[in-house]
Design a protein around this ligand. Structure first.
Ligand code: ADP
Length: 462
């Protein structure tokens, strides 16, 4: 059964139930109020009659003393003697000689009851007539209940018809409104099917109603999921393409050198050096990829212990000076003493990657500065160069795997980079509870800023 039908039935049944309960309450209240009024009227009539009733000298009721009983219209009155003889009755039942309520002839106190006389539904009060605690007769007063019966019938009819009408109307409106409200879900289903069939994750579900209602939120969430999936698929595809590309280049070089040696029929020293370089490069790349995969999934094995960061930076500084040789000036500025909780080798790798990039992307004669300062509970390490800078449109992507700036791509492979250095640095820093910021101006230089928490809590993250 469809959700639309289920909700319509539920809604209609609920409404029907509410109207039914309300109807029963209204019916009962009307019934009680009218019945009470009739009983009051009967009691008043009994009082009127008994207050003028007299007995004869023998203490018995006799015909001569009885009052006229035709005072009230639509009221049926009978006075019965102690011996069971009908002494008097109202004119409207003068020809009726049987009791109007035969079941209550022997009452010792006033009793109300329903009775049927000549197909007329009556409400009858039977009252014992007593003189000095001695029963001298019985008075029965009845009124027709035809008005009450017809009121009840009309009420039942009205309630029944209005319940059916309200339920029918509710079902119709519910069906239409639900159809309209659930229509976007149908679209969601259709689009989801089309996406699966066409394998096209670029499609989005159009939002027709309010973005804030439940369906709007569902569509928004679904579109977000699609967007995330599309991003993941695209980056997955690009990653595979990048890896294949990066692997192919050294393999081609190795193959060419092997082919050359084959042709020569002997081992060529130059070719062997080249093959060794390429194998080194491949080994480095596979190692970096493995590290990146571990870091991204938060499963990087980190040997966390207190690390004197200033000592690490000094070592990096020494290595950079060797790498830069006479080509560039490498300076150490603001070196505070700072201890962080972290993996010494990995943190050194971060600064070597940043320093290596600074050297790679700074033309001869340029300057590179390293600095370490404590800011509040954090340590800030700055790596500043006066190199080419990074174009603003590249900055959001430089921490992505295999991302290389346009110039870096066209550079010769002597730098040895393949676009993993910054991703690795980013993930290592994140696994230490820190972050990397970059500030760069094309033609002026670049500053990478690494923030690391000094306290153990922050460093334990990741
Ligand atoms: P690569 O192996 O290409 O250096 P990275 O992940 O280390 O890979 O860097 C990604 C890209 O960021 C580089 O290709 C380069 O375009 C840019 N980049 C990184 N550091 C610098 C820098 N100090 N100056 C200019 N560009 C940089």
């Amino acid at each position: 059964m469809s959700l639309r039908l289920r909700l319509t039935i539920l809604y209609t049944a609920l409404l029907g139930g509410i109207i039914l309960v309300t109807g029963i309450v209204v019916y009962s209240v009307v019934n009680v109020v009218l019945s009470n009024q009739i009983d009051d009227q009967l009691s008043r009539t009994v009082y009127d009659i008994t207050s003028v009733l007299r007995v004869n000298s023998a203490g018995e009721l006799d015909d001569a003393n009885l009052p006229s009983l035709s005072l009230i219209e639509n009221t049926y009155i009978q006075i019965w003697g102690r011996d069971g003889r009908l002494l008097s009755s109202s004119d409207n039942i003068s020809k009726y000689t049987r009791p109007i309520d035969p079941s209550n002839l022997q009452v010792t106190q006033p009793i109300f009851d329903d009775s049927v006389v000549s197909k007329i539904h009556l409400r009858v009060i039977s009252v014992p007539l007593e003189v000095a605690k001695r029963q001298v007769g019985l008075l029965q007063v009845g009124v027709s209940l035809s008005l009450l019966d017809s009121v009840q019938q009309v009420l039942l009819g009205v309630l029944g018809i209005s319940t059916l009408f309200a339920m029918g109307l509710a079902a119709l409106i519910g069906w239409l409104v639900l159809g309209q409200a659930l229509a976007p879900l149908e679209t969601v289903t259709q689009v989801a099917i089309q996406i699966t069939r066409a394998d096209d994750l670029s499609r989005r579900i159009p939002l027709s109603g309010s973005p804030r209602d439940e369906v709007g939120q569902l569509i928004h969430a679904f579109n977000q999921t699609l967007e995330r999936l599309e991003q993941l698929f695209t980056s997955q595809r690009r990653f595979i393409a990048d890896v294949s590309h990066e692997l192919r280049t050294p393999l081609t070089v190795i193959k060419a050198n092997v082919a050359l040696m084959n042709r020569l029929g002997e081992a060529d020293k130059e070719s062997l050096v080249s093959i060794e370089d390429e194998v080194d490069r491949l080994t480095r790349m596979v190692g970096d990829l493995l590290l990146l995969a571990q870091a991204e999934s938060g499963k990087i094995p980190l040997d966390m212990r207190p690390v004197e960061l200033d000592t690490v930076l000094l070592e990096v500084f020494q290595q950079m000076r060797v790498l830069a040789a006479d080509r560039l000036q490498v300076k150490l500025v603001d070196i505070d003493q700072a201890v962080v909780i972290g993996d010494r080798d990995r943190l050194k790798q971060v600064f070597l990657n940043l320093g290596g990039n600074a050297i790679k992307y700074t033309p001869p004669g340029g300057m590179i500065q390293l600095g370490l300062t404590k800011v509040g509970t954090q340590v800030r390490v700055l790596v500043t160069d006066s190199g080419a800078g990074i174009p603003a449109q590249d900055i959001p992507y430089i921490f992505e795997r295999f991302y290389r700036g346009e110039k870096s791509r066209t550079r010769s492979r002597d730098g040895g980079g393949y676009g993993l250095g910054l991703s690795i640095a980013y993930w290592i820093v994140r696994n230490h509870g820190g972050r990397i910021e970059v500030d760069s101006k094309v033609g002026h230089g670049t500053t990478f800023c690494v923030w690391l928490p000094m306290n153990h809590d922050g460093a334990a993250q990741g």
